[in-house]
Design a protein around this ligand. Structure first.
Ligand code: F6P
Length: 324
């Protein structure tokens, strides 16, 4: 392998730049050429490439987003799209790539590898922490810190006005952000897709908490929760069935994806970038770099895509006990 491409794909997450920097510098360390592929697979299809050396990634370790830009690319899902991408990679002399992204990005990489026997390695970059084969994805830790910081602020208003707040957090189909940030911010209730406790139970619990002397409450709602009601409908439901609270809603949205990565995410990104490039140089392919028990591990992309992460039951219990 003489030339490695690097791209970010899917939703951006804090730590992606630190991972790009690590891939580029590991290539430089091993005297391998490195090429930045812009706008994810779309840029691969269109040949949007730029050679990168150790100095092209100065001062980006602390930056949120991705300097390579990102896209959710539909064309790469087609044979024609992948064929165009293959031609572009060959024309540029790129003979392997590292893709930083989530499961959609890994599916693309795996199919491409199967079709063209093209060496690929994935680095999990998403705030959702929903990738099998790693305890942490890049951006999860930063997103948790962001969410906790904001909920602390919302709590000021909740407590000053004796209000109940429903706060919606991201996470697509999983509740890892909701559960961890909920425990970290001391939320009264946490609604996650993995467990549907029912609306009656929610109302009962809020009632109990009011009776026990709490004047304000914060309920964290994962965007994919299974109550069948969104945060605004939850507000209406509680106002109707528990008129003792003044209720407000706050949808945190994309602010959760931005910002300077935490130290944990920067270190993890740096480690994963080195591992990804060195795996390619050792002839490995179609694998994802993950972390387990603070050791870097490699998982077949197929398993990373098909496997499911488990919600932390112990943390659910801790949360229940804390809301006593
Ligand atoms: O996967 C990251 C994520 O932020 C999810 O939490 C959320 O459901 C989704 O992306 C939003 O996607 P988009 O930015 O394309 O609207």
């Amino acid at each position: 392998i003489q030339k490695i491409g690097v791209l970010t794909s899917g939703g951006d997450s804090p730590g992606m730049n630190a991972a790009i920097r690590s891939v580029v510098r590991t290539c430089a360390y091993h005297k391998i050429n490195c090429v930045g592929i812009y706008r994810g697979y779309q840029g691969m299809i269109e040949g949007d490439f730029k050679p990168m050396d150790a100095r092209s990634v100065n001062n980006i370790i602390n930056k949120g987003g991705t300097v390579l830009k990102s896209a959710r690319c539909m064309d790469f899902r087609t044979k024609e799209g992948r064929s165009a991408a293959h031609k572009q990679l060959k024309a540029e002399g790129i003979d392997a790539f590292v893709v930083i992204g989530g499961d959609g990005s890994f599916t693309g990489a795996m199919v491409f590898n199967q079709e063209y026997d093209f060496p690929v390695i994935g680095i999990p970059g998403t705030i959702d922490n929903d990738i099998f084969g790693t305890t942490f994805t890049l951006g999860f830790d930063t997103a948790l810190n962001t969410v906790v910081e904001v909920i602390d602020k919302i709590r000021d208003t909740a407590s000053s006005h004796n209000r109940l707040f429903f706060v919606e957090v991201m996470g697509r189909d999983v509740g890892h952000i909701a559960l961890n940030a909920g425990v970290g911010a001391g939320a009264e209730e946490i609604l996650i897709p993995e467990e549907d406790l029912g609306l009656e139970r929610l109302v009962e619990s809020l009632k109990r908490s009011k009776e026990s002397g709490k004047s304000s409450s914060i309920v964290i709602v994962a965007e994919g929760d299974k109550t069948g009601k969104n945060v605004f409908e939850l507000k209406e439901y509680v106002e109707k069935h528990l008129p003792i609270y003044d209720v407000r809603v706050s949808v945190l949205g994309h602010m959760q994806r931005g910002g300077s990565p935490s130290c944990y995410d920067r270190v993890l990104a740096s480690r994963m970038g080195v591992k990804a490039v060195e795996a390619l140089l050792e002839g490995k392919t179609s694998l994802m770099v993950g972390i387990q028990d603070n050791q870097l591990i490699l998982t077949p992309l197929e398993m990373a895509i098909k496997g499911h992460t488990k919600i932390d039951k112990e943390l659910i219990r801790v949360s229940d006990i804390m809301t006593t």
